[in-house]
Design a protein around this ligand. Structure first.
Ligand SMILES: NC(=O)c1ccc[n+]([C@@H]2O[C@H](COP(=O)([O-])OP(=O)(O)OC[C@H]3O[C@@H](n4cnc5c(N)ncnc54)[C@H](OP(=O)(O)O)[C@@H]3O)[C@@H](O)[C@H]2O)c1
Length: 438
């Protein structure tokens, strides 16, 4: 019986695109098992990883496995043991013998895909199973690694011969700021699946409705391809859809073309297909601080929604906890923080709850804003984060000139009268994992 089993496991097998024997979310990357160690008698394991922009593991050393990375799609950077960073596009291979420090990062603007092969097989399979989460829905990444998990991850990794060295022991050739950023990458809640907010919305909506369709540029299973920048795939994406929840945005690149023109194209497609409700997410105070280009684009996008001729609902929210955390992680070793900037961070899941509630109700136009439970300065949030994370980086408050900064100081991005969220900044690392239906 045992021999027959092994034969069956080790027979030839075709694995169609996008498939594998198992898929897990590991630190926000979708890992699909293509060939397992059972199939190869332990000789090797082969995985496909889909990496979100900016994603990739913290630098680490595998003491028991050799590893090869073959880039299928996107742009990656690989860090080698001498601290060199190598850029690698589709068709590039990066080989790491055991004992060598290495890491990779998706430096492109879209999802990247790579094949990863390890020999001997099995160790990473077990590691991923211990720390990953089953990808029951491959289009959304759960919030996985939070600050308190780091110690456990390092411990679990060590059981499989994977060493995640503390920062000071590394010889990466990077400067302090870059090291610090790499070190902290693991601490970012892994939410960049199909968008921080979008993935939470899909979670919640999926519990209320079965017929949810997710549009994405990633070409991942369970999503419909569509790109607001080039305007392609939109008719197909909205065909037969009754309500659109528009959570797509490109804050740092071609914002006007994606957020404003892209929204117009999307809603033109929606009009053609008879969509009956568009729910749009915007930002508190975009009209009070239009000097900041992204906010101005959001304001323009709001107007595109209002003038689309379609029934609409627009909700404005304050900055999400994860967004604030991301800004903090990008600060250098001496953190210069803007003086007296007022924020009112809110838990993304709570915004998703409200957005889903609105999507399941009749179109309501501009609805009251939602903000987090507390209005605090950026410096105050930074101090509290440092304390929780046990960091001793020097924080220096810097007065910032100009209209944008003045608006932030005057609280343009807050709505103290609309404290909708209940999860505080200090609670967020622990409670961001919870997913409850409103
Ligand atoms: N972050 C905050 O603090 C905050 C606060 C208030 C309001 N908001 C608003 O909430 C919305 C979501 O923000 P977020 O932080 O969740 O953003 P995010 O994590 O950066 O996600 C952006 C989303 O936009 C999609 N996207 C980007 N370019 C696209 C394109 N050319 N075509 C189609 N889809 C595209 C991405 O999908 P794929 O990569 O899968 O294609 C992704 O799902 C935005 O409208 C933002 O203004 C954010």
């Amino acid at each position: 019986m045992a021999t027959e089993y092994r034969k069956a496991e080790r027979g030839s097998r075709h694995v169609p695109p996008g498939e594998g024997s198992k898929s897990l979310w590991v630190f926000g990357e979708l890992v699909t098992y293509k060939v397992t160690s059972v199939q190869t008698g332990g000789v090797y394991s082969l995985f496909e990883v889909a990496t979100h922009p900016g994603g990739g593991p913290s630098p680490h050393v595998q003491h028991r496995e050799d590893e090869s990375f073959y880039v299928l799609e996107g742009e990656y950077e690989f860090l080698d043991d001498d601290g060199r960073i190598v850029r690698a596009g589709p068709g590039s291979l990066f080989y790491v013998p055991r004992g060598n420090l290495h890491s990779y990062k998706n430096v492109g603007e879209r999802y990247g895909r790579a094949l990863i092969c390890q020999t001997p097989g099995g160790l990473h399979e077990s590691f991923f199973e211990e720390i990953g989460e089953p990808a029951t829905n491959r289009s959304r990444s759960p919030a996985t690694a939070v600050l308190s998990d780091i110690g456990r991850i390092v411990e679990v990794a060590a059981n499989y011969g994977i060493e995640i060295p503390p920062l000071r022991e590394r010889h990466t050739g990077e400067d302090d700021a870059e090291r610090s950023r790499r070190d902290e990458r693991i601490e970012v809640p892994s939410h960049w699946g199909t968008g921080l907010l979008g993935s939470r919305v899909v979670d919640r909506l999926g519990e209320a409705r079965e017929d949810v369709r997710v549009m994405s540029r990633s070409r991942r299973a369970d999503t419909v391809w569509g790109d607001l920048l080039i305007g392609e795939g939109l008719d197909e994406a909205v065909e037969g859809v009754s309500t659109i929840m528009h959570c797509a945005s490109s804050p740092f690149r071609k914002t006007g073309q994606v957020d404003v023109k892209g929204t117009r194209r999307l809603l033109q497609a929606a009009s053609r297909s008879g969509v009956s409700h568009v729910v749009f997410i915007s930002i508190v105070g975009v009209d009070r601080n239009p000097y900041y280009p992204y906010f101005r684009h959001k304001l323009d996008a709001e107007q595109v929604v209002e003038r689309s001729g379609l029934p609409w609902t627009t909700l404005r929210a304050t900055q999400f906890h994860e967004f604030v955390l991301k800004q903090l992680l990008e600060l250098g070793p001496v953190a210069l923080v803007p003086k007296e900037f007022l924020l009112q961070p809110i838990e993304t899941g709570e915004v998703a709850n409200r957005l889903v509630e609105l999507a399941l109700s009749a179109p309501a136009g501009r609805v009251p804003d939602v903000g987090g439970p507390e209005v605090r300065t950026f410096a105050n949030l930074a101090c509290s984060y440092q304390e929780a994370a046990g960091r001793h980086r020097r924080l220096v408050e810097v007065p910032v000139p100009g209209k944008v900064a003045r608006a932030f100081r005057e609280g343009a991005q807050t709505c103290p009268e609309r404290r909708y969220g209940t999860i505080t900044w200090e609670e967020f690392p622990h409670r961001a994992r919870r997913r409850t239906v409103p």
